[in-house]
Design a protein around this ligand. Structure first.
Ligand code: ZN
Length: 346
């Protein structure tokens, strides 16, 4: 399109990494302090026991202290490894999110540009031979409409404090920048919460991680926005899953017990492309239950999970037209044998 320009400098991986580091370091410093405190407690306890048995100066007591030291060291080493992995994942997500936001901004500007050009366009319509033009025009129109609806939905689902903050930012920085900041903040908040949960579970010093909402159809908490089977839109695509309108940042718990076979960004060709962040769990009978479009995952491949256990944070990633949970069951793990997941929504 001649005349239409949109330039932006993408968020670099390095900047995103620095940002992620600032978010994660305090959490990990805390976890390391906890490990050290626990080590100190263990040493004191071992000392007391040894003294009571008159073994204070024996090799046995020294052995015990060495073991405690080694255990703490390896815990700290593991924490560091986990921090690095999470930092990379967080940075990656931020870069991706930034790109998504800019893609949306670009189509919004494109739409505005097109509206300005509409009068001229209608006059010279007969002369426009490029059919691609029409397609792009319609696509950008539906994109902008989608964004408006999404923002309306988010606005109606946020707390009074969040609303006040957003309104204030709109006044200060304008509509677009305010929403952009809101989105980035939400992503950051969800990721921080998820990582805190993982650290808690890992270092065992807090039981705050808990579970989360087990998707179901009975508590009436969230609406089913699209059922299983024929969807009747977009030319009638067959929807092999259930969509539930769960707001972004909701802690999700597994509907089933099983083993995690996929966790993270659904890469093209993996069988989970377009699903965004996805967790797939294989049950004992070979079925795969998957939870898609999440903002972040909280489990690792190979991990055993129980029904009711925390698996990640709901979101709006991948090919998704608004915050929701896409819940799908594949019989025998076969993508071509998707069955109605309703029986597990109990
Ligand atoms: Zn779906």
């Amino acid at each position: 399109m001649a005349g239409f320009k949109y330039k932006y400098s993408p968020l670099s991986y390095n900047t995103a990494t620095k940002w992620a580091k600032n978010q994660l370091d305090p959490l990990y410093q805390n976890a390391v302090r906890n490990v050290q405190a626990q080590k100190y407690n263990n040493e004191m306890q071992a000392g007391t026991v040894a003294q009571a048995r008159g073994l204070s100066h024996s090799g046995l007591a020294a052995d015990q202290l060495t073991k405690i030291g080694i255990a703490a060291q390896s815990q700290i080493k593991d924490l560091n490894a986990q921090r690095n992995a999470q930092m990379a994942q967080m940075a990656q997500n931020l870069v991706q999110r930034n790109q998504d936001v800019n893609d949306r901004r670009r189509s919004q500007l494109f739409n505005e540009y097109m509206s300005q050009q509409q009068f001229n366009y209608q006059k010279s319509r007969a002369n426009v031979a490029d059919s691609q033009w029409n397609k792009q025009f319609n696509a950008s129109r539906s994109d902008a409409k989608w964004q408006k609806e999404w923002q309306k939905y988010m606005y109606n689902h946020m707390s009074a404090t969040e609303k006040a903050q957003l309104d204030w930012m709109k006044k200060q920085y304008g509509e677009y920048a305010a929403w952009r900041m809101y989105e980035l903040n939400q992503t950051l908040k969800a990721q921080k919460e998820m990582y805190q949960t993982q650290i808690d579970g890992y270092s065992g010093f807090s039981s705050s991680s808990g579970g989360g909402w087990i998707p179901n159809a009975r508590d009436g908490k969230y609406k089913i926005s699209s059922g299983f089977g024929y969807r009747g839109r977009n030319g009638g695509e067959n929807h092999g899953a259930v969509d539930i309108a769960v707001p972004r940042g909701t802690k999700l718990a597994s509907t089933v017990s099983g083993t995690v076979v996929y966790s993270g960004w659904g890469k093209k060709g993996s069988g989970y492309g377009n699903y965004g962040n996805v967790v797939a769990i294989r049950t004992a009978n070979g079925d795969i239950h998957l939870f898609a479009h999440m903002d972040g995952v909280g489990v690792k491949v190979g991990q055993r999970v129980n029904r009711g256990q925390f698996i990640g944070i709901s979101g709006n990633t991948g090919d998704s037209d608004g915050p929701h949970l896409h819940y799908e069951v594949r019989r025998g793990g076969n993508i071509n044998r998707r069955i109605d997941p309703t029986p597990w929504l109990r």
